[in-house]
Design a protein around this ligand. Sequence first.
Ligand SMILES: [Zn+2]
Length: 352
Amino acid sequence: MTDMVNGEMLQLARESRGFTQGRLSRLASISQSKISKYERDYAPISDSDLTVIARVLDYPKSFFHQSVQPRGFGVSGVYHRRRQSIPMLTLKKIQAEFNIRTMEIEKLLEGAEVKAENEFHRLDVEDFDDNAELIAELVRAQWNLPLGPIKSVIGVIESAGGIVLKCDMGTRKLDAQSRWISGLPPLFFANKDIPTDRLRFTLAHEMGHVIMHRIPTTNIEDEANQFASSFLMPRREIIPDLIPFSLERAVRLKLKWKVSIAALIMRAFDLGILTKSQKRRFFTLMGAAGYRTVEPVTLPDDEEPATLRRLIEVYHKEHDYTTAELCNMLAVNEADFRMLYLQAPPLRIHKF
Ligand SMILES: [Zn+2]
C-alpha cells in the first residue's frame, strides 16, 4: 500500500526532534536518498515506511498529511546577536517546534475564542521618531496598566490577547521568540529554563518587536531593549527609587520592580543617573561579586501562562473532547500534548 505525505511536514517533524536526514535514515532503516525524496515533494510512500518514520519521530501518521505553510522566525529573529552561536541543528529544532506549535494554536483557536480586555496594536517606531520609550508609555496608558512595577508580564500580554507558551529550547542562548501572523494573535515562545527577571525582560523585549517592528533594521534590538526597559521601569516612577544608586539598593529594587540588577544599572545609566564610568564600575563590582553569572536574590517563579490552558479547558469541558480526541485534532502524540499544554510530565520517554 502506498500513501502520499507532505514532504514539508516530514521535514518539520524530523527537525523538531533535532534529527539530521542521516540520523533518521539510520534509525528508520530507510535510505537517506529516499527520505530526501519524501521531504522534497508529495512523493508516494509505502505504508511500512510511513509507519516506521512516524514511530521513530514519535508523531501520529496524520501529522504527515497536513498541509503547512513554512514560516521563518519573523522580524524578531533577524538580529539576535546570541543566536549566531547556536548550532544549526538546535536552531532548526526550535524553529520547527515554533511552526508546529503555531499550527496547533491555529487549530485550537478555530473552535474556541480568547477573550481579552485589551488589544495589541502596531505602533511603527518610525512614526514616533524612533522613540521606543514613548511607545512603551503609550502602551501602558492604552492598556490602563497601574503605575509602578508590572506584576506579571505574561498576565499583561495575555490580557491583550497574546498567547505565551513556555518551551524547552534545548539551549539557554535563546530566551524568547515572537511572531504576529495575520489572522492570529501575537504568539510568544519563551524559554522555560531562564530565571524570572530574564523571562520578564525578554518577553517585554519581544512585545516591543511585535508592536514596533514590521521591517527589520539594524536598530531593532536596541529599540526593543529600550521598549522593555521603559515598559518595566517607567521613567517617572523609577527615578526616585534609583537615586542615590548603590548595589545594595539595586538588590532591594530587584524584588520591587522584578527586573535584574543589570537592567536596573542600565536604566539608571539611560536616565542619566549614572555616568558611563559609574555604570562600568557597577558592572565591575557585579563581576567581582560573581553577580554577572548568577545575581543575588532570585525572584519567585510566578510568571505562568494561562490562556492556552483555558483554551484546552474549553475543549474538554464545553466541547466534551477527550484528551485523545484533542490529540487527534492537533495531530500530536499524547506525551507531547501533556507536556506542552497540560505541563504534566510526559507519559513515556523518547527512546532516542
Ligand atoms: Zn530581539
